[in-house]
Write a protein that binds this ligand. Structure first.
Ligand code: PBG
Length: 345
């Protein structure tokens, strides 16, 4: 005896229309054209800033193992990267150096060297006169032997002495052709000091994108591999980067940076801090950027490589999330790939 066949579905609920009263949300989702029509947030190539790693040597293209698809380029290869970015319509790239360990010292002296990797890369790019902004990172960690963003005395990170050094670093970068100075160090008072130093040096048009709310995050791990600080960092950065548990404090940080003269603000990391982006944008209504950091990139890439996530869809969804949260743009290692995808329309 075989069991009686059950219907494949239970049939419609008789009185659902009465419950819905005609309100059916799915109507607007039925077809691609209507989904496009009601879409609230759009990702565009204009939203992208591409972080690029610069390394020593000539004709070096060195993959970063913990960031699949990301390559450190020697200075002679940087202009080609910049040209590619400009051709894709990416508005700006952000430079980060992998300084030779031999050039790193306690004071991060190479940060002030007009011929350091970042300054040389700036000159290479600026000489091409591309429709592309050059963002440079102001902080001492890629230059210090201890891997901290500031100068140290014993275990302490010295604030005011560091700020003086950062202001000089910013001017050095602007002299080399940087368009946007992006201080990522989280010292107190550095935005005001950098603005004053830039103005005094005649760089009144150079913008400042402040890493205003930067958290002491585990998600920077792969970046520290890329700039060679994972091995050198002594301790952690919790005396200057923010506690991941705080949100009012982020507003306070942002407020101070605006008062001190920041033109643009950044929240970092990105996806775990979408609530901060939203609060900052709603409170201050200023140009606000998110940094989808190395660990966020690595998570998506690692899962995709295992076949656990669709890379392209996860990439686009993660970037749309920043826009939806209120970000005006995103620093992302996916920039060239997503620009190509958007270009295809
Ligand atoms: C350091 C700096 C960091 C990043 C940008 N600038 C790392 C850190 O604070 O240790 C992280 C970027 C990333 O993880 O992609 N000044």
């Amino acid at each position: 005896m075989t069991a009686p066949q059950r219907p494949s579905h239970p049939g419609p609920i008789a009185d659902l229309d009465a419950v819905l009263g005609g309100r059916r949300m799915r109507r607007n989702r039925r077809t691609d054209w209507t989904r496009r029509l009601v879409r609230e947030t759009h990702l565009s190539v204009d939203d992208l800033i591409w972080p690029v790693f610069v390394t020593g040597g000539t004709n070096v293209a060195e993959p970063v193992p913990s960031m699949p698809g990301v390559v450190r380029h020697s200075v002679d290869r940087i202009a080609a990267q910049a040209e590619m970015a400009a051709e894709l319509g990416i508005p700006a790239l952000a430079l980060f150096p992998n300084t030779d360990p031999e050039r790193r010292d306690d004071a991060g002296s190479d940060a002030l060297n007009p011929d350091n990797l970042v300054c040389r890369a700036c000159r290479e790019i600026a000489a091409r006169k591309l429709p592309l902004g050059i963002v440079t990172d102001v902080a001492l960690d890629p230059y210090t032997s201890h891997g901290h963003d500031g100068l140290m005395e014993g275990e302490d990170i010295l604030n005011d002495e560091t700020v003086a050094q950062l202001a000089r670093q910013a001017v050095t970068q602007a002299d080399a052709g940087a368009d946007v100075i992006a201080p990522s160090d989280m010292m107190d008072g550095r935005i005001g000091a950098i603005r004053a130093a830039l103005d005094a040096a005649g760089h009144t048009q150079v913008q400042i994108m402040s890493y205003a709310a930067k958290y002491a995050s585990a998600f920077y791990g792969p970046f520290r591999d890329a700039v060679g600080t994972s091995g050198t960092l002594i301790g952690d950065k919790r005396t200057y980067q923010m506690d991941p548990a705080n949100t009012d404090e982020a507003l306070h940080e942002v407020e101070l940076d605006i008062q001190e003269g920041a033109d643009m603000l950044m929240i970092k990391p990105g996806m775990p801090y979408l609530d901060i982006i939203r609060r900052v944008k709603e409170t201050f209504a200023r140009p606000t950027f998110a940094y989808q950091v190395s660990g966020e990139y690595a998570m998506i890439m690692a899962a995709a490589q295992n076949g656990w996530l669709d890379r392209e869809r996860a990439m686009v969804e993660s970037l749309i999330a920043f826009k939806r949260a209120g970000a005006d743009g995103v620093l992302t290692y996916f920039a060239p790939e997503v620009a190509r995808l958007l270009g295809k329309g």
